[in-house]
Write a protein that binds this ligand. Structure first.
Ligand SMILES: *Cc1c(COP(=O)(O)O)cnc(C)c1O
Length: 369
């Protein structure tokens, strides 16, 4: 079986370094924030070229904290896309605000900036732009519209650490960037973890306070925050992995190029499109589009190739969002994408034999079909 992702292989590469670091922390019994988290934050800031990086407990919390920093809550609206992982909209709902969806551009799978203006109301307090699969959304028009409306842009860069849009790194283009270190992300921890990036020093200070119950000085609370710290143990693992991230990303890109070439002659497959404004697609997922997706997926599984659908149900059609009153057809591009996308194994440690086997299996499907 060729798994969609096999994290045990990456672990083997760094096992000694990780074990030494974890054992050192266990000896010290230093588990909450501290110098390891500080160092990791500085190193990520260098990697993505931002001024302030603030670790937190997950990508979901990063999104939630970003909205809290702007005081967003009941009665407010936040514009985002329905074709994303649930956490993007879930974070909006956790504040009490309402997610307002706009459809995606079918080529990039990211928010279609042309649809933002029509969704803005006097209650709109922010836009969350999602960078799906490893490529940044078309940020210039998004920022322009947000500036005109006087609202911030929060970037959901959970899948896109290191991707570059017109010379700027994902998460550093809007006011706040949100990152996830969920194990299957390009930079994945040994559990949950997340991070916020920001340029504005007072905004960064607010975010830092919000992750520790809104306090700057212990037991004195200026804001109502939450407990959402990046575990020291996670930071220790992530620091080690960050040193390899550029190399692992390059291998993902090589794998993607391998598939691109192999699938070029198959008219039924739409391979991922690198937009002209993207200089570093980081391929958290390699997602193809096909009409008969479910049949291909079943066939591939029979041939021993694991795949996944990110994501099968757009958020406006989720049970928990019935109260938003949406119906099928409201966001046709998102719905079409949900029916046609298929993620193939792309992780850096795939062997050439495995990549070949994936290609043979995919080609086999279209030959018999
Ligand atoms: C993974 C992910 C998140 C949530 O991150 P967690 O660390 O799992 O909470 C949010 N948005 C997107 C697009 C993601 O892929």
């Amino acid at each position: 079986m060729i798994k969609l992702i096999d994290l045990t292989r990456q672990y083997k590469l760094i096992q000694k370094e990780v074990e030494a670091e974890i054992s050192r922390l266990c000896e010290s019994q230093y588990f909450i924030l501290g110098p390891v988290v500080d160092s990791f934050e500085k190193e990520v800031a260098t990697y993505i070229n931002c001024t302030h990086a603030i670790g937190c407990a997950s990508g979901s919390d990063a999104l939630f904290l970003a909205l809290l920093a702007y005081g967003i809550g009941h009665g407010d609206e936040v514009i985002t896309t329905p074709f994303t992982f649930f956490a993007t909209a879930g974070a909006i709902s956790r504040t009490g605000a309402k997610p307002v969806f706009i459809d995606i551009d079918p080529v990039s799978f990211n928010m279609d900036p042309a649809l933002i203006k029509g969704a803005i109301t006097p209650r709109t307090k922010a836009i969350i732009a999602v960078h799906l699969y490893g490529q940044v959304a078309d940020m210039d028009p998004i920022i322009q519209i947000a500036n005109d409306a006087g609202i911030p842009v929060i970037e959901d860069a959970a899948q896109t650490i290191g991707s570059v849009y017109k010379g700027r790194s994902a998460g550093t283009i809007g006011q706040i960037g949100c990152f996830s270190f969920f194990p299957t992300k390009n930079l994945g921890g040994f559990g949950d973890g997340g991070l916020l990036s920001a340029e504005d020093p007072s905004l960064a200070k607010t975010l830092r306070m919000l992750r520790v119950h809104g306090s700057e000085k212990r037991y004195y609370h200026d804001l109502i925050g939450i407990n959402s710290r990046l575990d020291t143990l996670q930071a220790a693992v992530l620091r080690i992995k960050l040193r390899y991230l550029a190399e692992w990303t390059a291998t993902r890109q090589e794998n993607a190029a391998f598939y691109d070439t192999a699938f070029a002659g198959i008219s039924e497959i739409q391979s991922p499109v690198v937009m002209p404004y993207t200089t570093n697609h980081v391929y958290n997922q390699y997602v193809i589009r096909v009409q008969n997706r479910d049949a291909l997926r079943t066939y591939l599984l029979e041939k021993g190739v694991e795949t996944e659908v990110y994501y099968p149900v757009p958020l406006h059609l989720q049970n928990c969002y019935q109260d938003l009153g949406h119906k099928p057809g409201d966001f046709p591009e998102s719905e079409k994408a949900a029916a046609e996308v298929l993620a193939l194994p792309i992780y850096p440690e795939l062997t050439i034999e495995e990549k070949d086997a994936v290609v043979v299996a995919v080609k086999g499907f279209f030959k018999q079909a």
